[in-house]
Design a protein around this ligand. Structure first.
Ligand code: MLC
Ligand code: AMP
Length: 507
């Protein structure tokens, strides 16, 4: 039977007693233990009625068990749908409903709160904890550690990853076996990963970066991962001597640079540091080299496309750029109005095409048609320029998006939420520079005439319904929003007005 992703990433490790995961505190997970657990979970999923093509929504802590569930879903032909652990119940209700999930797996501690969501969607709820306990784990323990891998085609879905949208409604990006496998193959080759590598993994595994870039690459290369539950500076510093490679968002690297223990001696043995998900300031790049002697390898990607471009492993890693298109990927810079390709050196919207580009948005054909052209080019919404040597440089965004610590926040979603609150006439949500997160969220509120805004109640509503990373870090109250002649809110003016507030607060 063929199952492209399982056959390439997981099946080759069956029966291998090599180390796959090293856990803080000394424990390990071998490849064969991992594969056995994946097969048990695949049997458990099947016994719960999960069929090929069904979505399995997963809201659990980062752990070996969570990765085994990913593998089990792929083996059973199901579509893995990981959800940010920071999401609130209100946010989760949308994803479970929209995806039509056949199974919802959550942490045992939140089962009570999430039962209503599962029931409302006619979807069974199972639990799986980071320590490998929970109802799904109990069921898996009774199963055979062998599973007859379900056959899938290259164009079948392997994962559904939700990404927010400029309209405020999250869209499920449909990722196929071909999308994920082709990207992992390009990255292993391009970044020279082998079975000798040990990747320091401190990213979350519900996003493309931690799951597909980091984990798929290491599975394909056959190496090991130091698997940390989150980015904790001390634990990362302690793990570095055992690692050969690290992947992270820019905040990881600025936090490391802020610590004097992070120096040349600690990093001398490292093979590569890779950054992405948000712009790495050229200044961070230079400071990193001055401190460690290493030049960070910056790459560029998206949920919808996995990775598109990368600086070269060999050759110049140019600060402030995201390098060249990966093999098989085409990139072009286009006029935002006409879509015509612009001459080299001009700034326009970046479009990408290749085996990495997703199949479309789940049950949203109109949205898909707006962003994915009939000729296969995906309109990224990022503004780019290609320099004389062919290096792609991301210079801004045409989409209204904030990236905080590598997490995407769509202002429209927060604005719709704030506008619906008592006493709020309208709102504008902007991103402004933040020394730790790169950008951070500011909400500018206009009260209804005669209303006095109750900021305590507003905060309580925000805290209840919005994931932490989306919550405005500052709320400003103004009489009116700046608008142009067409009535459009001038967010640039607001960004200029509040540009300094986190800088001033931190200093
Ligand atoms: C945590 N908080 C954040 C935040 N992360 N707030 C804004 N932005 C973030 N990114 C909240 C916490 O809940 C807490 O809230 C407060 O901020 C301080 O937390 P902290 O201890 O400083 O945060 P920490 O847990 O250390 O997390 C920071 C981080 C983490 C940068 C390590 O956010 C992270 O791992 N980011 C990686 C995101 C990622 O993987 N992105 C890839 C997307 S895929 P309170 O209320 O308690 O103060 C993609 C494609 C591609 O984009 O190209 O890769
Ligand atoms: P996401 O939707 O979470 O997958 O985020 C994708 C977005 O992150 C892209 O469209 C870019 O705006 C941004 N991004 C990812 N990598 C980089 C990078 N190296 N430099 C600048 N922006 C990046």
């Amino acid at each position: 039977m063929t199952n492209p992703l399982f056959d390439a990433l997981f099946a080759p490790h069956s029966g291998r007693d090599t180390v796959f995961l090293r856990h803080p505190g000394g424990g390990i997970t071998t490849h064969s233990d991992f594969l056995n657990q994946a097969a048990r979970l695949a049997n458990a999923l099947t016994s719960l009625g999960v069929r090929p093509g069904d979505r399995v929504a997963v809201h659990i802590q980062k752990s070996a068990a969570a990765l085994a569930l990913y593998a089990g879903c792929v083996q059973a032909g199901a579509v893995f749908l990981p959800l940010n652990t920071a999401y609130t119940a209100a946010e989760l209700a949308y994803f479970v409903g929209d995806s039509g999930a056949a199974l919802f797996v959550c942490d045992p501690e939140e089962a009570q709160d999430l039962t209503a969501i599962a029931d409302a969607n006619g979807c069974p709820l199972q639990t799986l904890a980071g320590d490998g306990s929970g109802t799904l784990a109990d069921l898996a323990a009774l199963q055979d550690p062998v599973f007859d891998t379900v056959a899938r085609g290259e164009d079948d879905l392997a994962a559904l990853l939700y990404t927010s949208g400029t309209t405020g409604r999250s869209k499920g990006a449909m990722l196929t076996h071909r999308n994920l496998l082709s990207n992992a193959q390009s990255l292993v080759e391009g970044w020279h990963f082998t079975a000798d590598d040990v990747l320091l993994h401190a990213l979350p595994i519900f996003h493309s970066h931690g799951l597909f870039v980091a984990t798929n690459v290491m599975l394909l290369a056959g190496g090991a991962m130091i698997f940390l539950p989150r980015f904790d500076l001390d634990t990362v510093l302690a793990g570095l001597p055992e690692a050969t490679a690290m992947m992270g968002v820019p905040t990881f690297y600025t936090r490391l640079l802020d610590d004097p223990r992070f120096d040349r001696a600690l990093t001398r043995h490292m093979r590569v540091f890779i950054s992405g998900s948000a712009p790495l300031l050229a200044e961070t790049h230079e400071r990193f080299q001055a401190r460690t002697g290493h030049r960070i390898l910056e790459r560029y990607g998206m949920t919808e496309t996995s990775m598109n471009t990368s600086n070269p492993y060999e050759g110049e890693r140019r600060a402030g750029t995201v390098g060249f298109a990966l093999p098989g990927v085409e990139v072009k810079v286009c006029d935002p109005e006409t879509g015509a390709t612009l001459p080299r050196g001009e700034i326009g919207v970046l479009e990408v095409r290749g085996p990495n580009v997703f199949k479309g948005y789940w049950r949203m054909p109109e949205k898909t048609a707006e962003e994915l052209r009939a000729d296969g080019y995906f309109i990224t919404g990022d503004l780019a320029q290609i320099d004389a040597d062919g290096y792609v440089c991301i210079v801004g965004r045409s989409k209204d998006l904030i990236i905080s610590g590598g997490y995407n926040i769509y202002p429209k979603e927060i604005e719709l939420f704030l506008d619906a609150l008592d006493g709020v006439q309208e709102s504008a949500v902007i991103g402004v520079p933040h020394p730790d997160f790169g950008e951070s969220v500011v909400a500018v509120l206009v009260p209804q005439p005669g209303a006095a805004l109750d900021l305590v109640r507003i905060k309580a509503a925000v805290d209840r319904d919005l994931a932490r990373f989306k919550r405005p870090q500052r709320v400003e109250i103004v009489e009116s929003l700046p608008r142009n002649a067409m009535g459009k809110v001038q967010k640039n003016q607001l960004r200029d007005r509040y540009r300094q507030i986190f800088q001033l607060a931190e200093s």
